[in-house]
Design a protein around this ligand. Structure first.
Ligand code: MLT
Ligand code: MN
Length: 310
């Protein structure tokens, strides 16, 4: 199974269009050891021919152009694409807006929880994806299924499972109490398995807490991509970017007793990769002490174009 990181940044990417913060400005200035990042998404293939996208970001057009595996076959029909399916983990803008980039009459399948497909159904702009050729298939949480493109199974199985999180920002209901109307299925993690070899990995780009159920699921995993939005809960406030903590945004931070480094300490995960990294996060700088701390704890920091094979 081949895995390509199409994008490793959180919403806004790096540099973010309206941000003059240290990292966004640093990328524009060409600071060494600080890479530009598009918004978080993976492409996965079991056979090197058919590819499945995990989320579709507003940067998808650029990501496809920069990824030869996702280009149309020049020997095929004039309109063709190796992208056979998209699996969604939530309804956030950075994870669904890229569906609009796939609107040129090409058949593929969209998988999402009932909640997330409900969001697409309520937003008529997504009707540019003609339902006659772009199937929308609800995922039953906790049940693995074979991913199918327009020509049948692609050799991958996916299981979606609920993780602690928050409803998409633009759907928050202030009147619904402190969880803003969040329901099961608003944020899910994915287990992706190569059907023939049984190799598998987990993709959890948004997560508010590693609870016991999630620990149990991830224990001993060969590979986990995990929410790396922030290093500290209040870093966006401290940098004057946004009056919100990670906790308020539904994202864990890396450091401290309730952070990801601590939560994964005893999970025995063979390869741990942070993804969905916000432009405020100091680990983006390869020479930072925060980067040294996550490296010491056994984590990789994903970058655009990173390739992994299982
Ligand atoms: C998030 O990850 O919290 C969202 O991408 C935020 C947003 O929609 O801007
Ligand atoms: Mn996001």
């Amino acid at each position: 199974m081949q895995i390509k990181v199409l994008g490793s940044g959180a919403g806004g990417g790096l540099p973010q269009w309206n941000c003059a913060g240290r990292n966004s400005a640093g990328v524009r200035e060409g600071v060494a050891g600080l890479r530009a990042r598009t918004q978080s998404s993976l492409a996965v293939s079991a056979n090197g021919k058919d590819w499945v996208l995990l989320n579709a970001t507003p940067d998808l057009r650029q990501q496809i152009n920069e990824t030869p595996e996702l280009h149309p076959d020049p020997k095929g029909p004039v309109r063709n694409s190796p992208i056979k399916a998209v699996v969604l983990t939530n309804g956030d803008v950075d994870h669904v807006a890229g569906l609009l980039n796939l609107r040129e009459g090409q058949p593929f399948t969209i998988y999402g929880s009932e909640r997330v497909l409900g969001v697409l159904a309520e937003n008529s702009i997504f009707n540019v994806l003609n339902p006659e050729i772009v199937d929308r298939v609800p995922m039953k949480l906790g049940e693995a299924f074979a991913v199918e493109g327009p020509n049948g199974p692609v050799g991958l199985e996916v299981e979606g499972f609920a993780v602690p999180g928050k409803v998409a920002l633009y759907l928050e209901d202030e009147s619904a109490g402190e969880d803003f109307g969040t329901q099961e299925g608003d944020t899910i993690g994915l287990k992706v398995t190569d059907t023939s070899s049984g190799d598998h990995f987990f993709y959890v780009p948004g997560c508010a807490q590693v609870d016991d159920a999630l620990k149990e699921r991830l224990k001993g995993a060969p590979l986990v991509f995990f929410d790396g939005t922030l290093f500290t809960n209040d870093e966006m406030l401290r940098q004057g970017m946004l009056q919100k903590t990670g906790e308020r945004m539904g994202h864990m931070n890396m450091s401290g007793p309730t952070g990801t480094l601590a939560a994964f300490e005893d999970l025995d995960v063979a390869r741990k990769v942070f993804i969905h990294i916000n432009n405020s996060n100091p680990v983006l700088r390869e020479d930072s002490e925060e980067r040294a701390a996550v490296t010491k704890a056994g984590w990789d920091v994903a970058f655009d174009g990173m390739k992994l094979e299982l």
